[in-house]
Design a protein around this ligand. Structure first.
Ligand code: HEM
Length: 123
């Protein structure tokens, strides 16, 4: 299959690549003073990591089935601000860059994340 036509899942390195990116993302959140308190309150980080990996894999076109809650149910009542949303997206972009994902692919992920804003911010 031509690289340009491979789906996003393949271009992110399939489950292995997405696992690496997700671990980097969580590391970035923990070091980010604007949001680390949010993640410090989570009691099962392993479950969160697994769910984020599955969500990311499925959203990128992989065969995984996401077993977590939908985005609205997950973030409802947290009163997440626009600033928190932007910084979480920045953490994701930085994680992709650290993992060697090139700019056009990063922009595809950016568009997907941005499309979820209405299910995350102040819901
Ligand atoms: C497009 C952006 C976002 C996506 C795709 C996303 C995705 C997810 C996913 C898949 C989960 C796991 C749900 C589950 O385990 O059932 C989750 C949980 C969580 N998200 Fe987000 N999220 C986003 C933005 C944010 C923002 C901006 C914040 C606030 C800083 C945030 C805070 C949290 C927290 C604290 C949890 C853990 C909830 C818990 O297990 O109690 N998320 N998110």
């Amino acid at each position: 299959m031509n690289q340009d036509h491979a789906n996003l899942y393949d271009r992110l390195g399939r489950r292995e690549g997405i696992t690496r990116i997700t671990r980097e993302l969580i590391k970035n959140h923990m070091a980010n003073p604007l949001v680390n308190i949010r993640y410090g309150q989570v009691d099962d980080m392993d479950r969160l990591e697994r769910n984020v990996i599955d969500f990311f894999c499925m959203g990128a076109g992989g065969p995984e089935t996401y077993g977590g809650r939908d985005m609205l149910t997950t973030h409802r009542g947290m009163n997440i601000s626009e600033q928190e949303f932007v910084t979480v997206v920045d953490d994701a972009m930085a994680a992709l860059q650290t993992c060697g994902v090139d700019a056009p692919v990063r922009n595809e992920v950016l568009a997907i994340l941005w499309s979820l804003k209405g299910e995350v911010v102040r819901v």
